[in-house]
Ligand binder design. Structure first.
Ligand code: ZN
Length: 254
C-alpha cells in the first residue's frame, strides 16, 4: 500500500460494511486516459479552448451542423485511440456495481463493466440519434465516424446521442439513478468536481438518505464536506488499491 494507506483502510471498511453501493463518476476518471475534461483548471479543459454554446447546444448544432459533427468526430477519434486506465480497469472488475457516469465515452464498457450496469446520465458519443426522437439511433465506428447525416426513418438530422446544454437528462436513466441513490448505504464518488447539476444532486440524494460518501478526486470539490472519507489523488492510482479483492455490490439483500 502507498501513502494513502490509513484513509484507504477506512474507505475499504465502509465498502465492506455497506449492503448497497453505487459509484458516481465524472470526467476526472477518463482524464487519466487522455480524454479532455470540460471544466477544471487543466490547460486542455475543453471549454477553455472551445465555445460550449456553439458546439454543445441544439442551437449551435442547427447554426452550423457540419462544424459540430466535425468536432464530435474529432473527439470520437481521440476516444478510439484512448484506452481504459487502471481506474477503469479496477471498476471493470466490479461486475455487480452500478456505475452512474457523467462521461460520454465508452471506457467503462471497454474495461469490462456490464453495459446494463452503466447509467450514462449525459448520453454517449459512441452513437448518433435522430434529433426528432423518432427512435432511430446508430452505433458508430469511432475510428471512422460518418459526416453529418439524415435519419433514414424520418429525414431529420442525426446528432450525437449526448445531452447538450439546455437539454434534460434521459428520463429513464435519471429515475433509475435517483431511486438507486435513495436506497444505497454507500456512494463512491470518483473524479468529479460535483458542479454539474442535476447530475451532482445524486450525491445529495444519497447523503440525505443516510449513505456514507467516499470521494476519490485529485482535488477538494463542492461536496468534500459530505465525505466520510476523501481520498485525494489520481483515481488511476487510488482505485486499484481501494477495490483490490473486493466484490462490491448494488443489489445485495438483507
Ligand atoms: Zn428520425
Amino acid at each position: 500500500m502507498t501513502n494513502y494507506s490509513p484513509l484507504l483502510a477506512d474507505a475499504r471498511a465502509l465498502l465492506i460494511q455497506a449492503k448497497h453501493v453505487a459509484a458516481f463518476i465524472g470526467a476526472g476518471l477518463s482524464a487519466e486516459s487522455g480524454i479532455s475534461t470540460f471544466r477544471g483548471a487543466q490547460a486542455d479543459a475543453l471549454w477553455s479552448r472551445f465555445d460550449p454554446a456553439a458546439l454543445a447546444s441544439r442551437e449551435g448544432f442547427f447554426a452550423n451542423p457540419e462544424h459540430v459533427i466535425e468536432w464530435y468526430n474529432w473527439r470520437r477519434q481521440t476516444l478510439a485511440k484512448a484506452s481504459p486506465n487502471p481506474g477503469h480497469v479496477a471498476l471493470g472488475k466490479q461486475k455487480r456495481l452500478i456505475q452512474i457516469t457523467q462521461n460520454v465515452d465508452n471506457l467503462l464498457e471497454r474495461a469490462g463493466v456490464p453495459g446494463q450496469h452503466i447509467y450514462h446520465l449525459h448520453g454517449t458519443i459512441t452513437k448518433d440519434r435522430c434529433d426528432a426522437f423518432c427512435g432511430y439511433e446508430r452505433t458508430l465506428d469511432l475510428e471512422h465516424p460518418p459526416s453529418l447525416g439524415k435519419c433514414p426513418q424520418c429525414g431529420h438530422f442525426l446528432r450525437p446521442a449526448v445531452v447538450w446544454f439546455g437539454e434534460g437528462l434521459p428520463l429513464d436513466t435519471w429515475k433509475k439513478a435517483e431511486s438507486l441513490c435513495a436506497r444505497i448505504d454507500c456512494l463512491l464518488v470518483i473524479g468529479t468536481s460535483a458542479s454539474v447539476y442535476p447530475a451532482s444532486g445524486l450525491i445529495h440524494t444519497a447523503r440525505n438518505s443516510g449513505a456514507r460518501i467516499i470521494i476519490v478526486n485529485t482535488q477538494p470539490s463542492d461536496v468534500s464536506d459530505m465525505a466520510s472519507v476523501e481520498l485525494t489523488g489520481p483515481s488511476g492510482e487510488i482505485l486499484p488499491e481501494l477495490l483490490e479483492g473486493l466484490d462490491i455490490c448494488s443489489f445485495r439483500n438483507g
